[in-house]
Design a protein around this ligand. Structure first.
Ligand code: UD1
Length: 344
């Protein structure tokens, strides 16, 4: 079956392509490479083989997406394409609304015209906002504090409204906790442009000497060691969660669609992650304690029981796996860039 994967060259998209290919699906990829490189798709091919079409294009563009559905018998869509930097979304809110909401709405429109009713959508634990008690479960009230988060929340709402209006449209919304790590091959992983926003890629770059030290955003939170606690989930586990969600959506999803958390259910603090990285990889990660980052909460981790019960999915890898795999990828990447003479 052909699966349209939007944003397939990105971090989570590329790992999910491997799972799809290994399960015998035929992915068709659309990506505009605004935050990714075509080379990640070449490496996906190296790992998992398979032939699919890659379209360089914008998911917001009706004719581009329509043409894909005209030429391929698409069975379902996995929609990753979207901007995801919180700070940038505060500076350029309209760019975020236009791109993230425009892509979701355009896809729904074309899917509706083509009679394709299954979509897996990338949402985020950011929709649980500042006021819920951990562990976060799917029934809790949602709210957001920045434009990026609101595009996720609004997309969820748009998907639900579209599902209410069309019984054949049954979206599966996946709320990711904190993706980390890389494929065990060391060939693909996260490749942020510029200064990383997220903790794990920042740690990787400090360990490799590319950045001098990590700033820990606050050590006065109400947590065991005072630093922020998050639910880090290995990107390969996350990718496997997409496969389970896809299969469930094709076989069992009822009218209206469904929402699932994809997390481990375990919290890890900034300092715990940092020391695990140093221990597992035998590499120092210098850090200083700084002030809190605006919009951060003390603790965030999932109640992941719904995905286990309904999808039969559970995260299997631990923090040590994430640290080891992230470091393998980081060192490979640094070597390739040096060989190619890339300025970092
Ligand atoms: C962030 C976004 C969230 C998004 C998610 C996935 C914010 C406020 N939230 O979540 O909307 O869905 O990424 O992309 O940006 N930390 C440091 N030093 C750093 C970086 C992070 O101490 O240089 C700390 C943070 O304070 C936090 C933890 O590390 O306690 C994780 O941070 P991060 O990786 O940015 O993820 P979130 O803040 O959970």
């Amino acid at each position: 079956m052909k699966i349209l994967v939007t944003g397939g060259a990105g971090y989570i998209g590329s790992h999910t392509l491997i799972e799809l290919l290994e399960a015998g699906y035929e992915p068709v990829v659309i990506d505009d490479y605004s935050n990714s490189e075509p080379s990640s798709l070449e490496r996906v091919r190296e790992i998992a083989g398979g032939i699919w079409e890659i379209i360089e294009g914008d998911v917001c563009d009706y004719d581009t997406v329509k043409d894909i559905f005209d030429r391929h018998e698409v069975g379902a869509v996995i929609h990753f394409a979207g901007f995801k930097a919180v700070g940038e979304s505060v500076e350029k809110p309209l760019m975020y609304y236009r791109n993230n909401l425009g892509a979701t709405m355009n896809l729904i429109r074309v899917m509706n015209e083509a009679g394709v009713g299954r979509m897996i959508f990338s949402s985020s634990a950011t929709v649980y906002g500042m006021n819920n008690q951990v562990p976060f479960d799917e029934t809790m009230p949602v709210s957001c504090t920045n434009p990026y988060g609101r595009t996720k929340l609004m997309s969820e709402q748009i998907l639900k409204d579209a599902a209410a209006a069309d019984g054949n449209f049954r979206p599966v919304i996946l709320r990711y906790f904190n993706p980390a790590g890389a494929h065990t091959s060391g060939l693909i992983g996260e490749n942020p442009r510029g200064i990383p926003n997220n903790l794990m890629p920042y740690i990787q770059q400090v360990a490799s000497g590319r950045r001098e030290k990590l700033t820990v955003y606050g050590n006065d939170y109400d947590t065991p060691d005072g630093t922020g606690v998050r639910d880090y989930i290995h990107v390969v586990d996350l990718a496997k969660g997409h496969l389970k969600a896809l299969e469930w959506s094709l076989e069992s999803c009822g009218e209206g669609g469904e929402v699932f958390n994809l997390g481990t259910g375990r919290g890890t603090s900034v300092l715990q992650l940092l020391t695990a990285f140093e221990r597992v990889n035998e590499v120092p990660v210098p850090y200083v304690i700084g002030s809190r980052r605006a919009g951060d909460i003390a603790t965030c981790y999932a109640d992941a029981s719904k995905a286990e019960k309904v999808l039969g999915w559970k995260a299997e890898k631990n923090i040590e796996d994430m640290c080891r795999d992230a470091w393998r990828w980081e060192t490979n990447k640094a070597r390739w860039e040096t060989n190619r003479g890339v300025q970092r």
